[in-house]
Write a protein that binds this ligand. Structure first.
Ligand code: ATP
Length: 991
């Protein structure tokens, strides 16, 4: 079965894969489209043929083979491109690596492949690897405008035939001239000219270490109004710091207090840990690290934890005798052991990793089966580590401390990243361990403890988020991490503004009367300790009038609740994505779904991320920006070598500059062709034409040179409040081009008439011979001279692009070109040399005063054009547009508030209003009825200005902070989103 269509869609259905209605069986051959695709379970397929094998159908986990890798090149972009270019077949499929290439200055290691592999495994075919084609209104408008120009060409075509026949021209001349008109009106150089701004922007981005593999996306970036950020590695540092571990101890016979967390341990000491140091053994063995060039590589989290244990990893036969790439074929497992006590001593503990279940974002966990050689041969240990909720759901409830949720929430609400660790012991022989299904053994686990990691916000993050907010670009966090951690980080980095209240939507165990899951809204109380700089963000009146993209509230939601809303409340989803700013515990598919939903409500979305779990969203977004050179960059059109989010405003600024450049070039090219069209129409009336040299001077000297340098004006340093127009066929653009043509046409006509009225005027005589056509006419000479300045005026007018580009004088090559052509045009007009008269086939204007008068006509024409553009188009039309945008933003602001209100109402059909408190405050918690009153006071009400207001009786931030601060003083230096603790807070129902 050969599939040669552009895209293939392969769906998993039970144990089979299908393409459309056809079911794949082993042995089937798939032809992969040039841009590649990801198959469900075992393969990233790149441009080639793949034979379907058994493991692809069953989704079996198979080890990745390491292959020899060629020399790497330093240039990151070249590597990305060559990676894409050369990975023609399959990166890995089944048990074989068919082809592997170097990438991003480093070999594509087994680790990278494994990460991608594990992320993809078990999921439906998600995406084509290459960025999707850009669907942008600008391109559509472009085609429409070219269609409009073709109509004008058709009119000119008809006119030419009519005039030529009227003047008695022969058929050859009629055909030649009428077809000439078509090439004049629809300039063939238009596509090349249009890409100049994009190329210049791409070069500037490259200089800033941002590489773009899909240049057409640059223009789209000019219209970005929403940016989704991944959290870990994007907003926060990639490298985490180990903060502490909290082991679970057995505290005796009281079933209530049997399992409890021990104190915070900043070091792993085997003798201080319960269960014989199982937590340490789990942390040391449960990872997917590998050695490349004698260096341990892999997931940063795994790396930090492994280093913290101080244990040693020995991959198969790492004595140098065996080639690194051949080791995966050997059966001997990787061994990790505790450090040797002294020189020549034996390690206390040695563990062999028999099987690895790699980390998966959707499963939120990874696991290993390990064997201790000192134990009986069939005795195996399973160590699992992952998201606390996920691990808890796989554990025996008896093994989970009662305060588990409290402890997890307390760390999470201060922005710590948590990993839970669990174990299981079982007996199984080696062969079975290789075959056993993951789900079959990852159950009935014993909780070993929590690992707490510090995940600091990058120092550049806050500034960039503020910059985007000032430019009224919406920022959203979409992360796979815990909701409370996400909200804390969102507040710290300014996505949740310090002056705003945050609510989170949660699912309740209750079912509504209509059979849908009941949703509840919880309120988070913000700490006011972090003051985010607003600079000149907005005047208070602007905020009051709702002139900000977001309303006065922030909403947050976690993946599982998001899934329920998608399934059971489809009518809410559109409103939700308009007002919700934090999306946590999102699986890779949900990240992509969110981007799609935002696009459906007409947002132009950029996604910035770094992990394999962001690939789908990076590809789905209008502009995907990858901060990593690993797998994310394959899906994203932009890859920043500098791994922080400063690249986002840079890309948007360059995108805006490129977009306005494309607009400018297009209007310039349209203006030029129509100006020439007007000139030609008049000359055809006389049955003459411009001379070859005149055409050459206009096309090469004036148009091509100007068009080449047009895009070199750098992007403005500041992100302006209003985005550039994205519609080519907007009122302003159309009025500009048409108005300029009327002005240009009027002045040319005046020149034509003026010349023919002069006493020295000699009318054009139609030549007798066809072979040596004499095109010299006085009107032709006069119009040519005036039109040269009109082209220059158009270039000056259309290369202005404040506030998206710097002023024209920053574009030195263009300024020099304009100065040279102006000087040459003055010379040609006022005092042409004999050879110029000869080459340009002038019928010279005899008197200097008249030639000067022509120059004056050109100057007046230029001034009128300039004033028309500046005062009529920019001040009247574009300023009005800005006002309309502002008004719309106000309307959107209140619409968002309305949406928010409606969400509250929809959720609150049977409202359960929840007041946030935590364990410590419960002792002094007010009585239930007090809480009911308080809660009702907190109910948001819609204000006249459309914003939502809660009562002033909300506990002030400082008191909330006093209540909610954890005992450890180190916590206080982190911004916190103080949220309810699900078990301990007082739940207040208003039904
Ligand atoms: N190497 C790992 N081993 C085990 N569990 C992990 C590992 N890395 C992450 N986790 C857990 O799985 C969860 C989901 O991880 P995922 O990579 O999808 O998102 P993230 O890294 O937390 O956030 P982001 O989407 O912002 O990068 C994490 O919150 C963490 O609890």
């Amino acid at each position: 079965m050969v599939h040669s269509q552009e895209t293939i869609s392969v769906r998993r259905n039970g144990e089979t894969l299908t393409i459309g209605s056809e079911t794949l069986v082993p042995g089937d051959i798939l032809q992969i489209p040039p841009h590649g695709c990801i198959l469900q379970c075992d393969a990233i397929l790149m441009n080639g043929t793949v034979i379907v094998n058994e493991s692809m159908l069953t989704g079996e986990s198979v080890p990745v083979t390491k292959v020899a890798l060629p020399e790497t090149r330093g240039d990151s972009e070249a590597n990305i491109l060559s990676y894409k270019e050369h990975s023609k077949h399959i990166l890995f499929c089944g048990t074989q690596v068919l082809q592997t290439r170097y990438y991003g200055g480093k070999p594509v290691s087994a680790v990278v492949l494994r990460t991608a592999y594990s992320t993809l495994k078990g999921q439906l075919v998600r995406s084509i690897m290459y960025p999707k084609p850009v669907d942008f209104r600008f391109t559509k408008d472009l085609f429409k405008f070219v269609g409009f120009l073709s109509c004008i060409a058709a009119v000119g075509f008809g006119y030419t035939i009519f005039v030529m026949i009227l003047r008695g021209s022969d058929a050859r001349k009629v055909i030649l001239r009428s077809l000439d008109i078509v090439t004049i009106v629809v300039p063939p150089a238009l596509p090349a000219a249009m890409s100049i701004g994009i190329l210049a922007a791409q070069m500037r981005l490259r200089a800033k270490q941002i590489f773009c593999i899909s240049p057409s996306t640059i223009n789209t970036c000019g219209a970005i109004n929403t940016v989704c950020f991944d959290k870990t590695g994007t907003l926060t540092e990639d490298g985490l710091d180990f903060y502490c571990s909290r082991a679970v101890f057995d505290r005796g016979s009281d079933p209530e207090r049997r399992k409890a967390f021990g104190t915070e341990m900043t070091e792993f000491h085997i003798d201080e840990l319960p269960y014989n140091g199982e937590l340490l053994k789990a942390v040391a063995s449960c990872h997917s690290l590998t050695t490349i060039d004698n260096e341990i590589c892999g997931d940063p989290l795994d790396l930090i934890l492994f280093r913290k244990t101080g244990w040693v990893m020995e991959e198969t036969q790492s004595d140098g005798d065996i080639d690194e790439t051949a080791r995966y074929d050997m059966l001997q497992p990787t061994v990790i052991h505790s450090p040797v006590a002294h020189f020549g001593g034996q390690p206390d503990c040695e563990l062999a990793i028999m099987r690895q279940f790699t980390f998966s974002s959707s499963l939120q966990r990874m696991a290993v089966i390990v064997h201790n050689p000192a134990e009986e041969s069939h005795q195996q240990h399973l160590y699992v580590k992952g998201a606390p909720e996920m691990i808890a759901s796989l554990c025996d409830t008896d093994s989970i401390p009662v305060d588990y949720a409290d402890v997890v929430n307390r760390y999470a609400q201060h922005g710590y990243r948590l990993i839970a660790v669990a174990k299981k012991e079982f007996r199984m022989n080696f062969v079975k361990t290789q075959r056993v299904k993951r789900e079959a053994i990852e159950c009935d686990l014993t909780m070993l403890g929590l690992i707490v990691m510090e995940n600091r916000v990058k120092k550049q993050t806050l500034g960039v988020i503020n910059q985007l907010t000032r430019a009224r670009i919406r920022t959203i966090m979409v992360t796979g991490d815990n909701l409370l951690t996400a909200m804390s980080v969102a507040r710290e980095c300014g996505i949740i503004r310090p002056n705003k209240r945050a609510f989170l939507i949660d699912k309740s165990p209750k079912i509504r009367k209509d059979g849908r899951t009941q949703l509840i809204l919880r309120q988070s109380v913000s700490s006011s300790e972090e003051v985010v700089e607003f600079d000149n963000l907005s005047s208070p009146s602007e905020i009051e009038s709702g002139n900000l993209i977001s309303s006065s509230y922030h909403l947050a939601v976690a993946g599982p609740t998001f899934a329920i809303i998608c399934d059971e409340y489809p009518e809410l989803i559109e409103r939700l994505v308009c007002v919700c700013d934090v999306f946590a515990r999102m699986s890779p598919d949900q990240k992509q779904l969110l981007v799609n939903k935002l696009q459906e409500v007409d947002y132009t979305v950029a996604m910035c991320g770094d992990g394999a779990n962001d690939c789908a969203a990076l590809k789905a977004a209008h502009a995907g920006i990858s901060l990593s050179e690993a797998e994310a960059s394959i899906a994203a059109p932009f890859t920043s070598k500098i791994a922080d989010i400063r690249c986002v405003p840079m890309v948007i600024r360059e995108g805006r500059a490129a977009l306005v450049t494309s607009f400018g070039v297009f209007k310039y090219m349209a203006g030029y062709s129509l100006t020439q069209f007007i000139t030609i129409m008049q000359l055809y009336w006389l049955n003459t034409n411009l001379a070859d040299f005149q055409f050459l001077y206009i096309d090469l000297g004036l148009i091509t040179m100007v068009a080449v340098f047009f895009g070199y004006t750098p992007a403005s340093e500041k992100l302006s409040h209003t985005p550039p127009p994205t519609r080519l066929l907007s009122l302003a653009s159309m009025l500009s081009v048409i108005g300029q043509l009327i002005i240009i046409g009027a002045f040319q006509l005046f020149t034509f008439i003026y010349t023919s009225q002069q006493p020295w005027f000699i009318p054009y005589a139609i030549p007798v011979s066809h072979d040596d056509e004499d095109r010299r006419s006085m009107q032709g000479t006069a119009i040519f001279c005036v039109s040269c300045f009109q082209y220059i005026t158009l270039a000056i007018i259309y290369s202005k692009a404040h506030p998206y580009r710097k002023p024209l004088y920053f574009n030195i090559p263009l300024c020099i070109t304009l100065l040279i052509v102006t000087a040459v045009s003055i010379w040609i007009t006022v005092q042409p040399a004999d050879f110029i008269i000869d080459w340009f086939e002038f019928d010279p204007i005899p008197y200097f005063a008249n030639r000067l008068f022509l120059l004056m006509i050109a100057v007046i024409s230029g001034c009128v054009s300039y004033l028309y553009e500046v005062y009529f188009i920019e001040h009247l039309i574009l300023k009005r547009r800005e006002k309309i945008i502002k008004r719309r933003q106000i309307a959107t602001g209140s619409k968002d508030s309305n949406r928010f209100e409606r969400i509250l109402l929809s959720i609150g059909n049977e409202p359960v209003w929840l007041r946030s408190t935590i364990a410590e405050s419960c002792a002094s918690a007010p009585a239930l009825d007090t809480l009911v009153n308080q809660q009702n006071n907190h109910r948001p009400t819609l204000q006249t200005n459309g914003s939502i207001q809660t009562s002033n009786t909300v506990a002030d931030d400082s008191s909330a902070h006093k209540y909610l601060s954890p005992t450890n003083s180190e916590h206080t230096d982190r911004s916190s989103v103080h949220l309810l603790n699900s078990d301990k807070f007082s739940q207040v129902s208003k039904d």
